[in-house]
Write a protein that binds this ligand. Structure first.
Ligand SMILES: Cc1cc2nc3c(=O)[nH]c(=O)nc-3n(C[C@H](O)[C@H](O)[C@H](O)COP(=O)(O)OP(=O)(O)OC[C@H]3O[C@@H](n4cnc5c(N)ncnc54)[C@H](O)[C@@H]3O)c2cc1C
Length: 447
């Protein structure tokens, strides 16, 4: 595997450790904290994950005076705690499917071509493809069906039997039935991408304030007028809310259940030699993993073993049943690496949406209010392009992508029907999200 070299290894470990320390104000986290918060800005971006940093970068590139406020460290939310899988997606021939595919495609173009050139950074992006592995007949039948529909729509996919899969991944179990190989899949180092965009924004004149929670978006006569933060108020006519799982805490009129926090957990092993040339998913993508550029095996999933299947939690803590499930999954599919010690596990909070689609665009309740949030389990395949799309809208430029299916106001007009595809097939297959925060499964909803 063509890794980035030993000095990068040290940097990755140090930066990750520092960023995940709550309250850390190390050099790596300070950004513009030593300056006073400005009294005004053209645009305030709330949230310093991939969505917010992309929006800040793209807006600053368009000459806007941008201030980004983040309540903790930059990249300390889901963007710093995820699996790092990305890719160009698969075409599904419906209006929504096409809009998602175009978003994925533009996202891939940005992270593969435009941003490395503009920002001069290496995000450890590897695009060898990705594997969807079947362990049961039901999973294999699903792969055959999705392979058929993806091929028909022109997707670059291939079905592999166990022997063909073992040629690519020799450590795979005898019990595996086969896999679907998607050539447009890959993985990257999320910290490198998010920090590069934050630093790129600063080079364009944006100011980035970590450890500065936004407390309220201020409006008057139906227009945004400012943002009140823990460090003072910034007057502005435009706000991009990029707070993902925390969006209901900022947009109080967002219907209950439109965006729901969902805890995901990941473990990572010691580094080993190259064994997994590309990322994998299994069990309808509920479990997933990859080998990092530094040789560690990273695996996540098993949300169904968490309390309420991980839904409704903001607490970033791991739970024993989930971590054990993930470890069994990794050693079950790849027994050849089952002996490699696990060194860490962590949790992150995703923003799940009722229909599984993100919220991107103008938010109806006030002029000048924009949203880029609710990325479910796939922000690194969408949120970079979404930052560009939102900044085009803020700047009044012609829009390149169809944002209609992602309209952040859709739940107010259509109502919230909890039918998120990422929860389908989990233990109790929840279909509705109640205001109390409890998930009601199909059967309990009938009680
Ligand atoms: C375990 C796990 C595995 C995942 N695996 C993958 C994967 O392999 N591939 C993939 O594409 N996606 C994956 N995801 C999902 C991906 O991480 C998210 O979709 C993506 O990071 C969302 O980015 P974001 O910027 O919208 O959200 P976040 O990164 O969560 O950023 C939101 C930020 O807003 C800040 N904030 C909240 N409220 C305020 C406030 N009031 N004031 C200021 N700041 C505030 C938060 O602190 C946070 O930093 C995974 C997620 C998890 C948790």
């Amino acid at each position: 595997m063509d890794g980035p070299g030993p000095s990068w290894t040290t940097r990755e470990v140090l930066v990750n450790e520092e960023r995940n320390e709550r309250g850390s104000t190390s050099w790596a986290d300070r950004f513009d904290l030593d300056r006073p918060l400005p009294a005004e800005a053209d645009v305030v971006v709330i949230g310093g994950g991939v969505a917010g940093c992309s929006a800040a970068y793209q807006l600053s590139k368009r000459g806007k005076k941008v201030v980004l406020v983040e309540m903790r460290g930059i990249c300390s939310g889901a963007s710093g705690r995820n699996g790092g899988m990305t890719g160009g997606g698969t075409m599904v021939p419906t209006q929504v499917g096409r809009a998602v595919f175009e978003l994925n495609t533009e996202n891939l173009r940005l992270i593969q071509e435009e941003l490395p050139a503009e920002l001069g950074e290496d995000f450890s992006l590897r695009l060898e493809g990705s594997l969807d592995i079947a362990m049961t007949d039901e999973q294999w039948d699903h792969l055959v069906a999705t392979h058929g529909s993806a091929s028909k729509a022109g997707g670059d996919v291939e079905l592999l039997d166990r022997e063909q899969l073992a040629d690519i991944v020799p450590v795979v179990s005898e019990r595996v039935l086969g896999a679907k190989l998607s050539r447009r899949g890959g993985h990257l180092w999320p910290f490198a991408l998010v920090h590069a965009m934050a630093n790129g924004a600063r080079r364009n004149g944006a100011l980035v304030f970590p450890w500065t929670p936004a407390q309220e978006v201020l409006t008057s006569n139906g227009r945004v007028t400012g943002v009140r933060t823990s460090a003072g108020t910034i007057a502005t006519g435009a706000v991009v809310v990029a707070t993902n799982a925390w969006t209901p805490k900022i947009l109080h009129d967002l219907p209950a259940g439109a965006v729901v926090p969902a805890r995901g957990q990941i473990l990572v092993t010691q580094s080993v030699g190259p064994v997994l040339p590309m990322p994998f998913g299994t069990n309808f993508d509920k479990e997933y993993g990859r080998q990092t550029a530094t040789g560690q095996l990273l695996c996540g999933g098993y949300r169904r073993l968490d309390i309420d299947e991980g839904l409704g939690h903001y607490e970033e803590r791991v739970t024993a049943p989930v971590v054990s499930g993930i470890a069994e999954c990794l050693s079950g599919i790849f027994p050849g690496v089952g002996h490699v010690p696990v060194i860490r596990a962590w949790a992150g909070i995703m923003g799940f949406t009722a229909d599984g689609l993100p919220l991107i665009g103008s938010y109806g309740s006030a002029d000048g209010l924009y949203v880029s949030a609710g990325y479910n389990g796939g922000g690194f395949g969408m949120a970079v392009a979404a930052g560009k799309a939102v900044s085009q809208r803020v700047a009044g430029e012609p829009e390149q992508l169809d944002l209609t299916p992602f309209d952040p106001s859709r739940f107010a007009s259509r109502g919230v029907s909890w039918d998120n595809p990422f929860t389908a097939g989990e233990k109790s297959n929840p279909k509705s999200y109640s205001e109390s925060g409890a998930i009601r499964s199909e059967s309990s909803a009938e009680d």
